[in-house]
Design a protein around this ligand. Sequence first.
Ligand code: C5P
Length: 240
Amino acid sequence: MPKDIIIALDFSSSKETFDFLSQFKSLHPFVKIGMELFYAEGPEMVRRLKREGYKVFLDLKLHDIPNTVKKTMKVLAQHGVDICNVHAAGTNAMMSAALEGLKEGCAGQQLPKLIAVTQLTSTSEDVLQKELLIPYSMEDTVKHYALNAKEAGLAGVVCSPLEVTKIKSACGNDFITVTPGIRFENAASDDQTRITTPARARELGTDYIVVGRPITQADSPLMAYMKCCRDFFGAENYCM
Ligand code: C5P
């Protein structure tokens, strides 16, 4: 299974994004485009990053009726991204429809990995139960959503690294886990609640970690990325 670090490009303009990326020179890290950047700059942002050789996770977290999601995925498929996603809460019918749309839109090209958000890493178990009225533990809820995603034919899920072990044992080791909620030791958690360090995420067996502010807001984003690489890949495998 490939393992990688995905930098969340949570910026509001193409200039800010490419100024940031210029610090990484030829490293070309795996990057994530979320709603902020996509709504600001549109699909040209995705096309430009792909042209420049970046792997792209398009994190738009679709959640709508199956027909709308299917047709939207068909359009998004044309941008040639590597990973894209929906919310598992949209139901199995919606996830299956998303996959159908993606396959239709790809028309024989490499199919992006379609994954589902289980529960946002900013949501705590307390909020899950008291505000969203889901009367189960976070672990059981996330595992159940992961099984739904697998049944719908998806490649994996977005979850917290803390839930990876349960998901892998329920859905199999080939079922991909993409995990935000990453913070260096003793750093601020910001709005995230289900967090851990890159090193612990590695021990827990996740496939991809998604890291935003710990890199984008660091005094030296390049040094922060390199520290992340050392911690996540392990010093013995780190040869940047
Ligand atoms: O800055 P930080 O490392 O918290 O950024 C995490 C990124 O991962 C953000 O872009 C956020 O939208 C995204 N994300 C998340 N939790 C999810 C899914 C996506 O934090 N469940």
